[in-house]
Design a protein around this ligand. Structure first.
Ligand SMILES: Nc1ncnc2c1ncn2[C@@H]1O[C@H](COP(=O)(O)OP(=O)(O)OP(=O)(O)O)[C@@H](O)[C@H]1O
Ligand SMILES: CCCC(=O)O
Length: 356
């Protein structure tokens, strides 16, 4: 039977919308949001009406008859730690997202907008592999500060989708392989996939791991806490140095990979240096992940927007290809992964999970 699925993927800089007939993408649009427009909204939830309207406008322009939809699928946000899978959007989930119980992120809007569109049509809304998928082993949860625990927050949807695609291309089941997946997007996460489970990963949102186009990644704690208590900065300013205004954008004034590549090609030495620093830090994180997997690594996978750049992938490759073959899957597979997650539960191949 034909299933018509509306897919909604809110990112920090854009909202991606697609319509799938079963596994076939019929239409897709990436609606890029002007940073000045987004800056007007204090909290992520304040963007709800704006983002929802842009989606509805696109569906109207594309003459999509909403009455023909079978389900709406959104990218899942900062919820309680969850097992990988497809979840029905329910009241508890919506309440937790509205209250941002685990923090602010654009993906928090995925379930809320999906549900608002699905409810009047009396069809289900789902999320798949939200950013809080937690398969971390016990050792990875500890830090040297007794009161601080590491939590799993990463590009779970794309990391899982691309790892499964690579496994298919390698002719082996995903759960028989050890893979290191580095998602190189606006944020950067490097996951250690051990036989189908992401047993360790840097927290891409919370100042852990390599710097990224718009995040600081890990910094030494001493200078950071002295800054925090110097009286010169507000909490909000410090947060922005870590998230949104940290990393490449702090040095180069832009988080746009294409613009950064243009700068490098035109001989901008600072751009070239900072790009090399980012690649060095990503390589170090991959090296660390190889110890998590005790050196038994079948492949290293580079994915996300920055994996389109051969300059980036070559620099990383030159430092890590002694560990395992490096495979490049540029961009993301998130829209198909969302559609497939919903189809698996619609076809009863997998049981739908309930958020509590
Ligand atoms: N062809 C390209 N060449 C260089 N950089 C690119 C290219 N395409 C995208 N990028 C860069 O990749 C980054 C975004 O990657 P991606 O879409 O994977 O991000 P994300 O973290 O999933 O989410 P968001 O889009 O919300 O930042 C941006 O810095 C973008 O400029
Ligand atoms: C938490 C993963 C998503 C991101 O880094 O934006």
């Amino acid at each position: 039977m034909t299933q018509l699925l509306l897919i909604i993927n809110p990112g920090s800089t854009s909202t991606k919308v697609a319509l799938f007939e079963n596994q076939t993408q019929l239409i897709k649009k990436t609606i890029n949001h002007d940073p000045v427009t987004l800056k007007q909204f204090k909290r992520m939830i304040d963007q709800y009406d704006f983002r929802k309207q842009t989606i509805l406008d696109f569906l109207k322009e594309s003459n999509v008859n909403l009455n023909h939809l079978t389900a709406v699928v959104g990218r899942g946000g900062l919820l309680k730690p969850l097992a990988s899978g497809t979840y029905l959007v329910n009241d508890q989930m919506k309440q937790d997202l509205q209250n941002a119980i685990r923090g602010e992120h654009a993906s928090n809007l995925g379930a809320l907008i999906a549900s608002a569109i699905a409810e009047p049509l009396h069809i289900p809304a789902y999320i798949v592999d939200p950013v809080v998928v937690d398969e971390m082993h016990d050792l990875a949860r500890y830090t040297g500060m007794k009161d601080i625990q590491r939590v799993s927050t990463f590009h779970a949807l794309n990391q899982k989708a691309v790892a499964k695609r690579a496994a298919l291309d390698m002719g082996k089941p995903y759960d028989s392989l050890n893979l290191i997946v580095a998602h190189l997007g606006g944020g950067i996460s490097v996951g250690s996939h051990q036989k189908g489970k992401v047993i360790d990963v840097n927290n891409a949102l919370d100042g852990d791991g390599p710097m990224s186009p718009e995040r600081s990644g890990s910094v030494p704690l001493g200078p950071l806490y002295r800054m925090c208590f110097s009286g010169q900065y507000t909490l909000d300013q410090i947060k922005r140095m870590n998230y949104g205004e940290g990393g490449m954008v702090a040095y180069l004034g832009t988080n746009d990979g294409i613009e950064i590549m243009k700068k490098i090609k035109s001989g901008d030495e600072l751009a070239s240096k900072i790009h090399e620093v980012m690649c060095y830090q990503i390589s170090k994180e991959i090296g660390a992940a190889s110890t998590v997997l005790k050196g038994q690594v079948d492949a290293i996978i580079l994915t996300g927007g920055f994996a389109y750049n051969t300059l980036t992938t070559d620099l990383i490759k030159s430092r890590v290809d002694f560990i395992a073959p490096v495979l490049i899957y540029p961009g993301e597979d998130e829209m198909l992964a969302l559609a497939e997650g919903a189809l698996r539960v619609i076809h009863h191949e997998e049981e739908v999970k309930v958020y509590a």
